[in-house]
Ligand binder design. Structure first.
Ligand code: HEM
Length: 73
């Protein structure tokens, strides 16, 4: 939320909104909007987004994806 909503680190370019992420066929970068790609981004990081490798259990990652699929971020 700090990054993707408020961007309180003032990252440039700003982190994209994660609302309705799966309602489009591609992510903001143009990569496919799939669970596998989002997991890759979260675990591997992307440019200024840090890696969250080792930070989520499988259950927590499932919950994170389910949350993102609601589209209400
Ligand atoms: C677990 C929490 C997070 C999730 C689920 C998440 C998810 C995503 C997704 C799906 C993208 C789009 C990737 C693409 O367009 O291919 C993204 C991009 C980005 N995120 Fe996150 N993010 C998280 C946490 C963070 C945090 C904490 C930061 C800042 C410290 C951050 C900074 C960014 C930035 C700067 C980008 C743009 C990357 C680029 O294309 O250059 N994210 N994130």
């Amino acid at each position: 939320m700090h990054c993707h909503e408020e961007n309180d680190l003032a990252l440039k370019p700003p982190p994209p909104s994660l609302s309705n992420l799966f309602r489009h066929s591609t992510l903001p970068s143009g990569a496919p909007a799939t669970d596998a790609q989002v997991i890759r981004t979260v675990l591997g990081g992307k440019n200024k987004m840090p890696s969250f490798a080792g930070r989520f259990t499988e259950e927590q990652m499932d919950a994170l994806l389910a949350y993102l699929h609601t589209g209400i971020q």
